[in-house]
Ligand binder design. Structure first.
Ligand code: AMP
Ligand code: TRP
Length: 324
């Protein structure tokens, strides 16, 4: 079976961008791949955060993933810092990573702008730790959103450098993009992202979802009710593609193009469908919160088997580098 690896920051709650852009694919892949999914707390500490809240953020992320349908009996889910080999490998990879490649990373540039008071070495080396996450398990496929593609190019470059320098062979990991590569936020401009405050969380209640969708941007060209719109450029329609039936999608497409329906009608339908879709997820999340041991023991079991595999793989690389 092909090996799949992906990671997510413990940002507290999954939002629809994570869910449609990555996590739905993670779940599908567990059917016929050997999948490892990691909550990347060592990545998270490169940004400002409150230490007292970190464990809750990790718990909430793990519970949300499980509630969305990620089954720890069909894949491994674990916390990055529970497997110290990740940071050990990252150090090794630092020694074959050119500074110039890191300086070119778009995410580094945008994060150093948004946290100009805290441009730390960890933020700079973030993509190296990400490469270590993947290469530690020799993963071939990495389901992510579009924003992570550049980090994966770097991971492949690191693989080639390890091969040239030490004759050490690893697969070059490829990104697996889902149909929604980059879900826009409710502001209709940037990607949906917690730091931009333009998200809908999978945990949002019906009122919040209703209000947020009501205020969301649609096709910017459609200024008046009688103007026809273009579903292809409308973020609301992107979400209909996931939450609505084919018949409803046809209704939205035709109604929008002919101006038979207004954005309000289209949003109302989407709101109902999102609420219905999230209901069972939120119910499971509620049960997991009442039984936190189920979540922590799944994470512990994941870390145990990952650690075994990670240590064996790391030993081989150390051997190839003349380290014992
Ligand atoms: P993060 O929350 O940044 O750790 O992202 C976790 C995963 O969700 C990564 O694979 C991201 O590429 C993906 N992702 C995050 N935001 C979006 C978005 N707005 N659209 C599509 N994918 C996203
Ligand atoms: N950088 C990724 C993000 O912000 C998270 C991540 C860390 C990751 N390690 C990974 C994704 C390894 C895929 C594979 O979304």
């Amino acid at each position: 079976m092909e090996k799949v690896f992906s990671g997510i920051q413990p940002s507290g709650q999954l939002h629809l961008g994570n869910y449609l852009g990555a996590v739905k694919k993670w779940i599908e892949l567990t059917e016929d791949h050997d999948c490892i999914y990691c909550i990347v707390d060592y990545h998270a500490v490169t940004q400002d955060y409150k230490p007292k809240k970190m464990q809750k953020r990790i718990f909430e992320m793990a519970a949300s993933l499980m509630a969305c349908g990620l089954d720890p009996d069909r894949c491994r889910i674990f916390v990055q810092s529970h497997v110290p080999e990740h940071t050990e490998l990252a150090w090794i990879l630092n020694t074959v990573t050119p500074m110039g490649e890191l300086e070119r990373q778009v995410q580094y540039k945008s994060k150093s702008e948004s946290q100009s008071e805290n441009i730390n070495v960890g933020l700079f080396g973030y993509p190296v730790l990400q490469a270590a996450d993947i290469l530690l398990y020799r993963a071939q496929k990495v389901p992510v959103g579009e924003d992570q593609v550049q980090h994966l190019e770097l991971a492949r470059e690191i693989v080639r450098r390890l091969r040239n320098r030490f004759g050490y062979e690893l697969p070059e990991p490829q990104p697996l993009l889902s149909d929604v590569k980059r879900l826009k936020g409710l502001d209709g401009d940037d990607k949906m992202s917690k730091s931009l405050g333009n998200t809908i969380s999978v945990d949002a209640d019906a009122d919040t979802i209703t209000k947020k969708i009501k205020g969301a941007k649609t096709d910017p060209q459609r200024k008046k009710r009688k103007d026809p719109g273009d579903p292809k450029v409308c973020n609301i329609f992107t979400m209909h593609r996931f939450f609505s039936t084919e018949k409803e999608q046809r209704w939205a497409t035709e109604g929008c193009k002919s101006a038979d329906i207004g954005c309000g009608d289209c949003k109302k339908k989407l709101t109902e469908n999102i609420i219905t879709h999230l209901e069972p997820i939120q119910a499971t999340l509620g049960e997991l919160r009442k039984d936190p041991d189920r979540v922590w023991s799944a994470l512990a079991a994941g870390a145990l088997t990952c650690r075994r595999e990670a240590a064996a793989n790391l030993d081989e690389l150390r051997e190839a580098m003349g380290l014992r």
